[in-house]
Write a protein that binds this ligand. Sequence first.
Ligand code: ADP
Length: 448
Amino acid sequence: QPQHYDVVVVGSGGAGLAAAIQACDEGARVLIVEKMSSIGGNTIKASVGMNAAETRYQKLKGIEDSKELFYQETLKGGHFKNNPVLLREFVEQAPQAIEWLAEHGIELSDITITGGMSIDRTHRPADASAVGGFLISGLVKNVNKRNIDVMLDTSVTQIRYENGAVAGVELLNDENESLVINAKSVVVATGGFSANRDMVVKYRPELDGFVTTNHKGATGSGIAILEAIGAATVDMGEIQIHPTVEQTTSYLISESIRGGGAILVSQAGNRFFNEMETRDKVSAQIIALPEKYAYVVFDEQVRLKNKAADEYIARGFVESAESPRKLADKLGMDYHAFLATLERYNVFVDKQYDEDFGRKTAMRHPLNQGPFYAIRIAPGVHHTMGGVTIDTDTQVLDASKAVLKGAFAAGEVVGGIHGGNRIGGNAVADIIIFGILAGRNAAHNALR
Ligand code: ADP
């Protein structure tokens, strides 16, 4: 006897949890299915924050911003390949999504900046080093409060699509038992495929051998499940490598460190690029260095304002020394070159004008207060911009842009919003904005 729910949510990352909470609040009976043994997906690893323009928190800090500017900068960062209709929806809904989180006890009241943006619009928790764990624990509290059913260690293997509409899903648990759930709506929120090496290399052969920042569950199964019922995909070859990844652990070094004033230095002791450029461009410059790695360098003032820096120190990623000379010695770097680099950069900070690489943002302090710190980094596979096609109601579309009734998708499994390069802080915005919409629309479809 199959069980019945109104909405089955596939995946327990940020998109899935937001969808489940919203669907429940619309009156639907909701089941969350997660193939891993814990909740949180790749979202739990998100570091920098959530972008939004024209928010209450920006106003409190006197930051002037506009949705239009946010739209234009995201479009430019995405090489003008972004789906303009989805991007417009994204930008419009972002401040409401920040408020939705606040109403659910998840306040992102601190603000920083990421590469490719000209304004501080990346919202972060005030008292946590990273946004991901903070977000997931807040969302889980809301799931628990509502008694929403969660099945862990269970994969959705297939969507039942009968007579032109979703009828349910087929599940497989870790004891290899299969199970059928009847439901009129399914929200596929299974994330991206950065951890599926075969799939990454199929679309981008040159990425063979790169580490990935993603959790093991980022295998792209949701794309295959939706393709099996006729979904179309877009931008599958658009795969982002993140410039600053600690290579022995594949741990992401957050853009918030550069956003807080850090610079990038080569093994020769030189800056080599505008650190606040978009991820694709910064990554390309690191790969072009003879040694193919670089250092994130900062001083005590930057550390004091960045909780993430202390986390990296605790994890053993950071070399430190009282003086630049001693730090250079530890890194096997030419001391004269390194000191000249810092002195020159500090002059640019004073003038707020970077003569060498045109950095315009986050030149927050001169780097002149010991101790000095360095983290060795190189790029890693980080985000898959491609995925299934949806409309602005998060309904999954087939190749002729017809709606697959009852099938909704949100988060990294969806393609098109970020175009050819995702801006830091736009993934968390994506999963929350479209997760809420998917939950609402899936509930309405099931209860109609
Ligand atoms: P997003 O950021 O888009 O919310 P995440 O990567 O954070 O995506 O979360 C996606 C979740 O979906 C992960 O926890 C992953 O393990 C889970 N998942 C992926 N494929 C399946 C599947 N077929 N069945 C159940 N859960 C899945």
